[in-house]
Design a protein around this ligand. Structure first.
Ligand code: RIB
Ligand code: CA
Length: 325
């Protein structure tokens, strides 16, 4: 089994919670730390949510580092559920985990330089706006040598955007950061809405989290039950996506996904800021340097996520609290 050394850069975020818990339950993933960025919610709330998730996982060995409080250039926007703010104790139990003193960008720089020294570059799973990663690359371009790949949940190519008709949220929230990462020369794996929309989770899946996943599963049941992500008009069937967990699933079971190479770009100003485009047929760019993940096995992904969350149920205390329970 190959083990991926991973920094998860995140803006928790309900689907971030599922991705982080999935990673922390998977032996194929060695989570070096969480770096937190403002996105779904303001930075302070995102960091508090990340700490609660780490506490829930029982992996207090995994550090949480707060990072950029806002985008590089554009005005700040938050997620559809920004009112969530910090997860209430009724949804996710509090924990003694607190953010480390070291800034997220400094942690990324330090760990990627260590990786370069060790000749073992690391993966950055970017499941929020790309601000922290862009700052690391701008301030210290040498860190690119310590990054094996940036696996970025973000963008939309054949799908319409969901934050605006033309943009996916993570890229829309900081398009300049995305442009810096896309142009950095680092290997980028883009996991866009085109693909994440292919797997829709319904209440019966959330009930499986609660039944099998101990306190962690109960917390996910609470979060996904409270914040409905379904959109029958858009998807034509019940359920909603868990975007961020696809990055972890791709590392564990790449066979569940299809991808193709393309040059990718992003609009950084104007009405269509945040719009991403991929030159799948080499019309304007001759270096197809990004990997765009275009398709997934819906049942395979859903079953993998549920199975990994169920691992928390095997050693979990009985006092898992459910909404309405
Ligand atoms: O567009 C979906 C992405 O935006 C996810 O990462 C979600 O958590 C939000 O950050
Ligand atoms: Ca996210």
């Amino acid at each position: 089994m190959s083990i991926h050394k991973v920094i998860i850069d995140t803006d928790p975020g309900v689907d971030d919670a599922a991705a982080i818990l999935m990673a922390l339950a998977s032996p194929e993933i060695d989570v070096l730390g969480l770096t937190v960025v403002a996105g779904n919610v303001p930075l302070e709330d995102a960091a508090a949510n990340a700490c609660k998730i780490v506490g829930l996982s029982g992996r207090s060995d995994v550090p949480v580092h707060a990072g950029a409080p806002g985008p590089l250039v554009r005005d700040q926007v938050f997620g559809k559920y920004a009112r969530i703010g910090a997860f209430g104790d009724d949804l996710v139990a509090g924990s003694g985990v607190r953010p480390a003193d070291e800034h997220a960008v400094h942690f990324i720089v330090r760990k990627t330089r260590e990786a370069t020294e060790a000749g073992d570059p690391i993966t950055i799973c970017a499941i929020g706006p790309l601000t922290n990663i862009a700052l690391a690359l701008i301030q210290h371009p040498d860190v690119a040598r310590g990054i094996r790949q940036v696996v970025s949940m973000g963008g939309a190519f054949t799908a319409l955007g969901h934050r605006t008709p033309w943009a996916e949220f993570n890229i829309y929230a900081d398009p300049h950061a995305a442009e810096i990462v896309y142009r950095s020369g680092v290997s980028v794996v883009v996991m866009p809405l085109d693909m994440t929309f292919q797997a829709l989770f319904t209440q019966k899946h959330f009930e499986r989290f609660a039944e099998e996943g101990g306190q962690a599963g109960a917390a996910l049941f609470n979060l996904f039950s409270r914040f409905d992500r379904s959109d029958i008009d858009r998807f034509g069937r019940p359920g909603g996506p868990i975007h961020d967990a696809t990055t972890i699933a791709w590392l564990i079971r790449p066979d569940l996904f299809k991808s193709r190479k393309a040059a990718v770009g992003v609009q950084v100003t104007g009405l269509t800021k945040g719009h991403t485009y991929a030159d799948f047929h080499q019309k304007i760019a001759h270096v197809a340097d990004a990997t765009v993940v275009t398709d997934m096995d819906e049942a395979g992904f859903i079953n993998l996520l549920i199975e990994r969350i169920s691992r928390y149920g095997r050693a979990a205390p009985p006092e898992a609290k459910l909404l309405g329970g």
